[in-house]
Ligand binder design. Sequence first.
Ligand code: GLU
Ligand code: ZN
Length: 287
Amino acid sequence: MAGRFAPSPTGPLHAGSLATALASWLEARSRGQPWRLRIEDLDPPRESPEAAAMIQRQLQAHGLVWDAISFQSDHSPRYAQALTQLSAMGLAYACGCSRRRLHDDLEAGLTVRLPGGEIRYPGHCRPQAAQPAVASATWGGAGAMTTERPRGSSSRFWSAGGQDDFVLLRADGHWAYHLAVVVDDAAEGIDHIVRGSDLADCLPRHRALQRALGLAEPEVLHVPVVCNGEGEKLSKQTLAPAIADRPSAEARAELGRAWEHLVRSLPEDRVQRWSGPWQALWAGVRS
Ligand code: GLU
Ligand code: ZN
């Protein structure tokens, strides 16, 4: 069993991603488990070619050294197998709806925006026949469906009885985060997840996929995000500065601030459990 840090290589790490990385490292170490680095490189249009190497240098500069590394771009066969499995259970279906159509639905008041900004899928392409079987406790009996996806369509997962269908495979051929993360956490033996609280809303989707695929459900800790002076979450969009990528006084100071953020924002018993590994890390980075 292991813990992991799973950055998307859309840019360098900032103070917020450092706090998450540190928290996941501390949790794995306090359990005496390996800490894995997983580069979530599934969205080439949003990625920069330099970022994955930069992220690795930044982690090392802060003493956060991983026991294993993997790249999601190498895992397509795993994701395809999971999609085939879901399709065979009648839980995945091809969806040809355009962005435009969903926007029109929104404007016509046929659907709403979810808290994260996504438009709730109104269900145009959801097959009618499988509905009763999906609502029942066992997933079986829905009837096998084709895994063939007509050109230009995405694959959607039929979730929460049709209340929250989400994309598994995008129309442009890229795998969606929800499917990939659930499949990889299982394949890599991840029994506990530490990530930013901006992802807390994803958990019901991940749980639904884990149950449908018969996978273990890892424990999850969501770390409060770090905000800038204006109260905005640090991110590329809010122009958060990159952290150091070389061992330096600056890197030490950043690590110290990341720890202070965790101490301030997490329950005391958790911080207590982390203090051993933290002291070892701090001593190593200090010298
Ligand atoms: N790749 C995601 C991010 O950079 C993290 C995903 C996860 O930890 O589940 O925000
Ligand atoms: Zn559709």
